[in-house]
Design a protein around this ligand. Structure first.
Ligand code: J2J
Length: 540
């Protein structure tokens, strides 16, 4: 059978081992070590309560035993689609402990995406939260299972919705033997992350225990985490940013405390910052103005906050400059990607660097190239596409050999699709993008995916999706459509797309009818021209 993923070449892997980047350790060992070294320290705070390291580790053992008894086997993939709740962390570590492979699915994804991910990964189980009404995730799990015969189990955080559902609480009451992942798996995929994507079907990113563990430990170090650090997870835990930059795993690696924020509103977050003496948290730029407003309005005690990380999309300099005076903490810009490379502005960098660059690579072993359209290196200071290779950047997507050729160079560099410029000091500035993607408030929307859904609607003959600058979202999604007859009302299209199972954040914010789409000389849709059209006639 052809391999599902592309490992690093053996001589490169040997070097990463020798240099100590990669350890012969699975990710759940981070928690095991924490329990051994400082068992009584608080590991996790969530609306369900507090767990110390020993308690969390013991809970994870029991849950791993319960999941193994389902049965769930090492190597099997499991869709984890949960909000930021205690079960997110216990289920994740339990799966890692038994050697099953979590697929981190955003809670906001709809049926279309979840079914595609279940099929691509051949998932054996789907973990969801109990909810209410037509949007109850348990119903989504049922639908997904019907469309995907490999799905044998539905596991529910909260009340199981049907007899055949398994509650996380019930599984965690297991008295069965604690499974241990088969040895020698450190360099196998530990989990699968969702790629921002540029294709019609979503892509999955395999991250190994060794590479992801390094990402977590090294990030914890550059972000200055220690046993007294308190990390507030505001963004969805399924985001790579929240998981490993340094996020939940980096905090566990440092022996700190993870506090889960059940919703991203500044009101909820500020209460938790105050109550738990949070020292570090991470936001997308779209959330930052709300935090600044709330801080001015409410005067909550944010004095414990030392570092505010902002990343995921472009942060403008003026807003960046407001962080220190208005929130009283340091700003750290983070330019990362689920595919691997993380860049951070150094904590001790002058304000000018912190507010005008997106940071520098995490690892001395990150190899960076900035190239022109012919893959030739450009001089420092000139914008070009960023290519990267290194100890925690993938060498190929999961089960996507054919698509890999377009996204990797023959010598293994990942084409980020980001246009960057390198300063004389080696800091990166993100200046644009060559990939066909909309970055909507930090959530990535592949234009092609939305276009395919639009084309499937009756009467739509052609469709093209582009991002337009937006004061609140950074970018909003605009769809140009050519239709038989008059362009349908936007609300009708919105409902039809949701009906098709598209996630709400991917539904176009604006719809414009055109008699035909502008084409380039070689007959491709001219998206540059479409963006110019938008600039000429902005939204009302
Ligand atoms: C401009 N664009 C940025 C930034 C990401 C840490 C932080 C973010 C992500 C993330 C992540 C940007 N300025 N500061 O995984 O670990 C855009 C780029 C990039 C894409 C990756 C992490 N930070 N971006 O955002 O996989 O276009 O990861 O290639 O969701 O977001 O998106 P994603």
């Amino acid at each position: 059978m052809e391999q599902d993923w592309t490992p690093w070449p053996e001589e490169v892997a040997a070097e990463y081992r020798r240099a100590g980047y990669w350890r012969d350790q699975t990710l759940d060992a981070l928690l095991r070590e924490g329990a051994r070294r400082h068992g009584a320290r608080t590991a996790l705070v969530s609306p369900s309560g507090r767990l110390d390291y020993a308690g969390l580790d013991a809970r994870v053992d029991r849950l791993a035993a319960g999941l193994a008894a389902l049965p769930l086997h090492p190597g099997e993939r499991v869709l984890v689609q949960l909000p930021n709740c205690e079960e997110y962390v216990t289920v994740l570590f339990a799966l890692l402990r038994l050697g099953a492979v979590p697929v981190l699915v955003l809670p906001s994804l709809g049926r279309a995406e979840v079914v595609a991910l279940a099929r691509l990964s051949g998932a054996a189980a789907h973990v969801v939260a109990a909810g209410r009404g037509v949007r109850d995730p348990r119903l989504l799990a049922e639908e997904t299972a019907r469309a995907c015969p490999t799905l044998r189990h539905v596991v529910v955080a909260g009340e199981p919705g049907a007899d055949r559902h398994h509650g996380v609480a019930g599984l965690a009451a297991s008295a069965g033997p604690v499974p241990e992942a088969p040895p020698g798996r450190a360099e196998d995929p530990a989990l699968l992350l969702l790629s921002g994507g540029t294709t019609g079907v979503p892509k999955l990113i395999p991250r190994t225990h060794a590479d992801y563990g390094y990402n977590a430990r090294a990030s914890a170090e550059v972000c200055g985490l220690h046993g007294g650090s308190v990390y507030l997870a505001v963004l969805p835990a399924a985001h790579n940013f929240t998981m490993v930059s340094p996020g939940i795993l980096g905090t566990v690696a440092a022996g700190g405390t993870v506090v889960l924020c059940p919703d991203p509103s500044p009101t909820t977050a500020f209460s938790l910052v105050e109550a738990e003496r949070v020292t570090i948290t991470a936001l997308v730029p779209a959330l930052l103005p709300h935090w600044l407003d709330e801080a001015a309005r409410t005067r909550r005690d944010l004095s414990s906050l030392e570092v505010l990380q902002v990343g995921g999309s472009r942060l403008d300099e003026a807003t960046a400059r407001r962080v220190r005076p208005e929130l009283g903490c340091r700003l750290q810009q983070v330019f990362g990607m689920a595919e691997g490379l993380n860049n951070y502005t150094p904590l001790d960098a002058p304000d000018d660097v912190v507010c005008t660059t997106q940071g520098r690579p995490l690892s001395p072993a990150d190899e960076i190239r900035v190239v022109d359209e012919e893959d030739r290196p450009v001089p420092a200071g000139t914008p070009g596409e960023l290519l990267v290779r290194g100890p925690y950047t993938l060498r190929g997507y999961y089960r996507a050999r054919e698509q890999d050729a377009a996204r990797f160079t023959p010598d293994g560099f990942y084409r980020t699709g980001d246009l960057v410029r390198r300063t004389a000091d080696g800091d990166l500035v993100v200046v644009g993008r060559v990939k066909d993607q909309v970055n909507r408030a930090g959530e990535k929307v592949a234009a092609v995916e939305v276009e395919e859904h639009l084309l499937a609607l009756p009467g739509v003959r052609a469709a093209a999706v582009v991002g337009a600058p937006d004061p609140h979202l950074g970018e909003r999604t605009v769809a140009f459509v050519v239709t038989d007859g008059p362009c349908p009302p936007q609300e009708q299209v919105r409902r039809a797309l949701l009906e098709r199972g598209l996630a709400p954040f991917k539904v176009p914010d604006e719809l414009r009818g055109l008699p035909s789409l502008p084409l380039t000389g070689i007959g491709k849709v001219d998206k540059k021209r479409l963006r110019e059209l938008l600039a000429d006639s902005p939204a009302p």
